[in-house]
Design a protein around this ligand. Structure first.
Ligand code: HEC
Ligand code: HEC
Length: 285
């Protein structure tokens, strides 16, 4: 349902000729080939505007060898490009694939299957499994990076939302203020990124640093970007650009895995939330 919404949202934009995101392309291609119709879908999917996944670098040879194996063993269900087929989900939008670093998750699925769900198990050699892993990752990377190739962006199309509602969402239901401040770290964000870049950065920030919140014994808390930590010391750069450090003995602290929060939020946004947020975020100049 969420995914449908998201696709509807992206496809609506396609109609506006604002962008041509891969989610939409995949859907259209899928429909054209009678794919993506089956009941099987990955339980959680990643959007088309994500950060590129972090995984091992695979050699071109491994990807190519994996491609042939994939056509032989997997394409029947998952589609030739891993974009989904009659009886297997779209692997380019699979969260499991996204989170996989070096075959630990994909390899386990290939070896053990999920028989009750219609994913068979394969007895393939280690090298073959790794080549398949390389191919599946390369297909996901390709699908996700297509969102970088969009053209013809008209910023005014991104300004259909309501600034006040966006501000409310930012401070309320969106929980953005848990980690951000409009006058602190996000001050001027709309001058650092424009239009779709800004939207992309808001939905799935790229090249992000971990955020940290430090609580001193007297209860005072400070939050900012993690600047340094070792066994003894933790340091951050706060919203005003000031470097501050503490002895770990004296404080408690919590480091947030940066993109995770945004990935989780992405499932909660409605189209209206995104439009309103964009309208609001664009006022942060
Ligand atoms: C007979 C059809 C079929 C074949 C052949 C097949 N799969 Fe699958 N695969 C499925 C189905 C159905 C699921 C979804 C299972 C579920 O919903 O838990 C799945 C799930 C997966 C997943 C997990 C996706 C996720 O997000 O949870 C991966 C990875 C995967 N398959 C890779 C492969 C690879 C690689 C091959 C070839 C070696 C392959 N599959 C062959 C049907 C198939
Ligand atoms: C749990 C913490 C958390 C929550 C909640 C959160 N974010 Fe973020 N957000 C981050 C982190 C961490 C980054 C990366 C910041 C960096 O590297 O400067 C980030 C980055 C961003 C950026 C890009 C900033 C830049 O300078 O590149 C925007 C815009 C943004 N978030 C907007 C939002 C909005 C809007 C919401 C609410 C809908 C939200 N965030 C909710 C943690 C969070």
């Amino acid at each position: 349902m969420v995914r449908m919404l998201r696709q509807a949202f992206f496809c609506k934009r396609l109609a506006l000729k604002v962008l041509l995101p891969s989610a939409c392309v995949l859907t259209l291609v899928g429909v054209a080939y009678g794919q993506n119709q089956g009941p099987a879908r990955p339980k959680s999917t990643v959007g088309s505007q994500g950060p590129l996944p972090v995984h091992e670098a695979f050699s071109a040879a491994a990807i190519e060898a994996g491609g042939s194996l994939f056509q032989q063993h997997c394409a029947f269900c998952h589609g030739r490009d891993a974009g989904g087929g009659e009886s297997g989900p779209d692997l380019t939008r699979s969260k499991l694939v996204f989170d996989d670093k070096n075959g630990e998750a994909i390899g386990a699925i290939i070896r053990n299957g999920r028989l009750e769900k219609g994913m068979p198990k394969f007895s393939l050699g280690d090298a073959e499994v790794m080549n398949l892993v390389a191919f599946v990752h390369s297909q996901q990377d390709k699908a996700l990076s297509q969102s970088g190739n969009r053209k013809g962006v008209d910023t005014s199309d991104l300004q259909t939302g309501n600034v006040e509602k966006g501000r409310e969402y930012f401070n309320g239901a969106g929980t953005c203020v848990k980690c951000h401040s409009a006058t602190g770290d996000l001050a001027g964000v709309a001058t650092r990124y424009e239009g779709l870049k800004l939207e992309q950065q808001m939905l799935y920030p790229r090249n992000v640093k971990a955020k940290v919140r430090v609580t001193e014994r007297n209860g005072r808390t400070s939050a900012g970007t993690l600047a340094f930590q070792d066994e003894f010391t933790i340091a951050l750069i706060d919203g005003n650009g000031v470097y501050r450090s503490w002895s770990k003995r004296d404080v408690t602290y919590k480091v947030d895995a940066p993109v995770k929060a945004h990935v989780e939020l992405f499932d909660k946004y409605t189209d209206a939330d995104i439009h309103n947020l964009m309208a609001y975020i664009q006022t942060l100049r």
